[in-house]
Design a binder for this molecule. Sequence first.
Ligand code: S3P
Length: 425
Amino acid sequence: MKFRTVSQLRGEVTVPGDKSISHRSVMFGSIAKGTTEIHNFLEGADCLSTISCFRNMGIDIENKNGIITVHGNGLRGLKAPNCVLECGNSGTTTRLISGILAPQTFDVTLTGDESIQKRPMKRIMEPLSMMGADITSIRDNGCAPLMIHGKQLHGIHYHSKVASAQVKSAVLLAGLYADGKTTVTEPKLSRNHTELMLRFFGADVHTSGTTATVLPAAELYGNKIHVPGDISSSVYFVAAGLIIPNSEIMIKNVGINPTRDGLIRVCKAMGADITLLNENHDYSEPTADILVRTSSLKGTIIEGDIIPTMIDELPTVALMACFAEGTTVIRDAAELKVKESNRIAIMVQNLKAMGADVEETEDGMIIHGGKPLHGSIIDTKKDHRIAMTFAVAAMAAEGETEILDADCVNISYPEFYKDLMTLAK
Ligand code: S3P
């Protein structure tokens, strides 16, 4: 797909529902009693993989005009699938579902696409095995396909080496079925959607700092969920509005959970003209409209506790840093190397191809802002967030840019290009 410079972006956009929350609403609804009605569900390929896995375990999931109704079968109501469960490109599906499957009374094999078969699964295999799970990597390389023989599990206190909501969630979900309390302590706090939604479904979940505890549950109870817009999908409009001249973009109804809002804090530190309007804190997942206007950005240092709160936004913030005055340093972000692609290497390779002054480091990047970008051919490695970031880069660069495998945006934002083009004046 080819893109050219645009002179300004103006207008309003509503980004699709949050991917993390959409996954969890289907998963928890499937193992709850009663129905779960999900509004503003993200119908991207990743969340559709989650729906298909649970349908294959006997859960009736309807989609009527975008409203998803999950007819849960209760905590012990999943049925053995008669096929391999296909998780596609989705790390969240693969890792969270493993926590639900390890304590079942049946056996399952899980797999996914080429990217998922390279992503580290030892991080969930280790704590689940400590709980008594029988989970193995079929090729013995610590990656999917995974074989899980259902077993009775024990509660543990797990000290995770990585700040990962997927690891934390897998352990807490397994803990619902364990014979005692299960606790996870993380090095830094990761997104807390699992803790919030499990509590909303009636589970006994306690949190304190970077520690979360769940007690064994008799049942969860289905509930009505309004999924907020995904802040990770808003970042492309935030960046575009800030770096493209004469722009003003209003992004409606975005989730601003404090474990996800690092983007807003970093934008402010970079001197961005960014305002939150219509903040709504009535629900456990707060929302706001985000207004951005073209800004003179300055470099900043992004490190430490803020990293997990903006991990999926960091590639796009690296692009913003190319348009900032001075140097931006991103560190403590080695997790970027094990996402859908190695997002440090791919960002550096593609930004360099467009003329940016950027260096790869062990755990991040150093970006010297101010060098104008020019069009190039962008190798996305079929990573949705890389494709969307470079669509924005292309609009802010001189000349023409070609994005390879541009349709990978279907993973998290099928209407992305249409929404972006609508703002171009
Ligand atoms: C997610 C957690 C993050 C994030 C991913 C979604 C989740 O991954 O990058 O896009 O839904 O829990 P990690 O838990 O591996 O950090």
